[in-house]
Design a protein around this ligand. Structure first.
Ligand SMILES: Cc1cc2nc3c(=O)[nH]c(=O)nc-3n(C[C@H](O)[C@H](O)[C@H](O)COP(=O)(O)O)c2cc1C
Length: 167
């Protein structure tokens, strides 16, 4: 089983999350940062996981472009979709639904929001200003959801056995 995790990260949280996910997935796992690396041929992978983070309600454009440019190929794969964000519950779910094309969300084996972090050391002046004003946070904070990462990888690792219907 060969898995590709393609992701975009602005301040490093999605990268950290993708690396965490990698530990729980079986077989060979290749990580590709869409902002820095070329994407290998999708045909050589059995599973594809796509992740990105939410800023002002939106996932990175490179994630959207990757999905739209490979829509057909992605539908034929075992697919996982995740976001990193600081919202929780219904708001996080809405952001997840907005982040990926509907057809991919419908075909995905697992979808999830996996928490996030505010990293003040990596934010520029305006980002700090926005986070202070909107989220009312003025220090770095990590809310990566390790249970959700574990759950997401368990769902991806589940094997569909058609013979189970016969017993
Ligand atoms: C300027 C800014 C805007 C953000 N906007 C949102 C938002 O609209 N919704 C949300 O849930 N989280 C928002 N976040 C939180 C990010 O999604 C969170 O920091 C995430 O972990 C970033 O992941 P990354 O480091 O991989 O980019 C925002 C963070 C920053 C710095």
């Amino acid at each position: 089983m060969k898995t590709l995790i393609t992701y975009c990260t602005t301040h490093g949280c999605t990268e950290k999350t993708a690396n965490e996910l990698k530990q729980f997935l079986g077989g060979e796992v290749v990580l590709v940062n869409l902002k820095k690396e070329a994407v290998p041929e999708l045909e050589s992978f059995d599973r594809i996981i796509i992740g990105g983070s939410i800023h002002a309600g939106q996932i990175q454009k490179k994630v959207k472009d990757f999905c739209n440019q490979n829509l057909k190929k992605l539908q034929d794969k075992e697919l996982g979709l995740f976001i990193c964000c600081m919202e929780e519950g219904e708001k996080a779910e809405i952001q997840l639904q907005d982040a990926f094309p509907e057809i991919l969300l419908r075909n995905a084996k697992a979808t999830a929001y996996l928490g996030g972090e505010f990293n003040f050391n990596k934010m520029n002046f305006f980002q700090k200003l926005i986070v202070k004003k909107v989220a009312k946070v003025d220090n770095s904070v990590s809310k990566i959801d390790y249970d959700a990462i574990r759950h997401f990888s368990n769902q991806m690792n589940k094997i569909f056995n058609p013979f189970l219907f016969l017993v």
